[in-house]
Design a protein around this ligand. Structure first.
Ligand code: ATP
Length: 435
């Protein structure tokens, strides 16, 4: 179903997925805070990415590089000179807008006035700060606007220490910062966000083949985690959109409430970055193949995704409303179990100690393996509705019969089918479904 931005952001705030940052001081549109459910889901998205990109492959290793790096990194990468968006300011309402995002180049989308735009200005998107006590030009540094450069500058460190042979990849998940002119669409575009990037180094003659491999693998990652393939597309960049160094780029796009928009870019970056860092650092970052006695610069395929943006897309994609046979309505977040904040809810049918106490024991056992919530408030129907709305795959209900038959009812979120499962078998039953 299609869900409005308003509905999804209200649910996210109300249930504790995402809060506006600095809300008690009026809020900022730069960033968002992830609440008890959001922090779990975001972590699950990042863990699922890591599992598929690093753990399940033998040819990719991980890295966690610093947010503040030498300024030269960004001079070498080109970010200092070209990481800019042309921007106009509306002289009527002072809105600052990206020229490439204007639907009508003459009309302000904020106030509706025509002919109010200033001349376009280049605006560098990197945040600046200073290291040490003195704010001088020499100690000016940037907060990283992408995680990728931290990988390139460690290419040789990682290759040597992990004794890697081409082809291999280096993966990284972490915060990035961009002083976006127009943050917006909830967490879609923020000034502080998280990325999941991987640089895959290969022989230049194999780069096309690896590019195809990664486009395919990355598309499959989204659909394996339950994203509706009809809401996902691969869009090749037109020639005029390509970065100057790239020989091929596609965007993985999602059908957001406002239309198709980018989730991830997959680019063939050739040897551009390594070449730049060789030039600026004077270090030799070439690769020697002992089998062929060949020395060359590897080419690089980069799948670069946004963790926060992807989490948002999974929230939208999972959202569903349905009318039950009883006429009641329910909202369900049909999240893949790997992404759901809580895998389980343990629900004693009533607040009576003879039901609550055994539930506490069951919950303590299950918590060793899965995130769960124990909920004793309200009637059972309302508690099921709440768990449906936050995407919990299974609810476990302990009722008065459970005291004698040592069995519980396990309710499936999507089908609402209920199974009676003996407490002894519960871990195995759930492991079959959740692991
Ligand atoms: P856009 O065109 O949307 O500004 P981009 O093409 O500049 O994005 P990349 O530099 O390719 O983005 O970054 C890789 C990924 O990082 C993007 O596909 C997106 O998922 C995420 N990302 C980039 N900028 C932001 C942002 N301001 N807020 C949230 N996520 C972002």
């Amino acid at each position: 179903m299609t869900v409005s931005l308003d509905t999804i952001s209200t649910l996210a705030q109300h249930r504790g997925f995402v809060f506006q940052s600095s809300q008690i001081y009026g809020g900022t549109r730069s960033a968002y805070d992830y609440g008890p459910l959001g922090v779990e889901m975001l972590r699950n998205v990042k863990d699922s990415w890591w599992r598929s990109m690093v753990q399940e492959r033998g040819d990719v290793v991980g890295l966690d590089s610093a947010i503040i790096q030498a300024r030269k990194v960004w001079q070498a990468s080109g970010h200092e000179s070209v990481f800019t968006d042309p921007m106009v300011e509306c002289t009527n309402c002072n809105a600052r807008l990206r020229v490439d995002k204007l639907e009508d180049p003459d009309q302000c989308p904020n106030c509706g006035k025509r002919g109010t735009f200033s001349e376009p200005r280049q605006f560098n998107l990197m945040f600046k700060t200073h290291t040490g006590p003195i704010e001088s030009d020499e100690n000016m540094v940037y907060l990283r606007p992408e995680t990728a450069q931290g990988i390139f500058i460690n290419f040789e460190n990682v290759r040597r220490s992990a004794r890697l042979k081409l082809p291999f990849g280096i993966a990284q998940v972490g915060k990035s910062f961009r002083n976006e002119i127009t943050p917006g669409q909830f967490v879609f575009r923020t000034r502080e966000f998280e990325q999941m990037e991987m640089e895959f180094f290969c022989h230049p003659s194999e780069s096309n083949q690896w590019f195809e491999h990664w486009v395919d693998a990355r598309h499959r990652w989204y659909t394996d985690l339950g994203m509706n393939p009809d809401n996902l597309r691969i869009r090749p960049h037109d020639a005029d959109e390509l970065s100057h160094y790239s020989t091929g780029t596609v965007d993985v796009e999602y059908l957001f409430p406002w239309g198709w928009d980018e989730l991830e870019g997959i680019a063939n970056r050739t040897d551009f970055d390594l070449k730049q860092h060789i030039e600026w650092s004077g270090e030799d970052l070439s690769y020697f193949d002992p089998e062929t006695n060949d020395r060359f610069l590897p080419h690089v395929i980069e799948p670069a995704a946004g963790a926060t943006r992807t989490t948002f897309a999974f929230l939208i994609d999972g959202y569903d409303e349905e009318t039950l046979a009883s006429g009641d309505k329910r909202t369900v977040l049909r999240l893949h179990h790997r992404l759901a904040p809580f895998k389980l809810a343990v629900l004693p049918l009533s607040k009576k100690p003879e039901l609550v106490e055994p539930c506490e024991k069951i919950a303590a056992e299950l918590r060793k393996r899965w995130m769960l919530e124990m909920d004793v408030t309200q009637n059972i129907g309302k508690r099921y509705r709440r768990q449906d709305e936050i995407g919990t795959p299974y609810c476990i209900t302990f009722d008065f019969d459970s005291i004698d038959d040592h069995a519980v009812t396990v309710r499936d979120r999507d089908s609402m089918a209920q199974d009676r499962v003996s407490v002894d078998r519960l871990v195995d039953y759930l492991a079959d479904r959740l692991d």
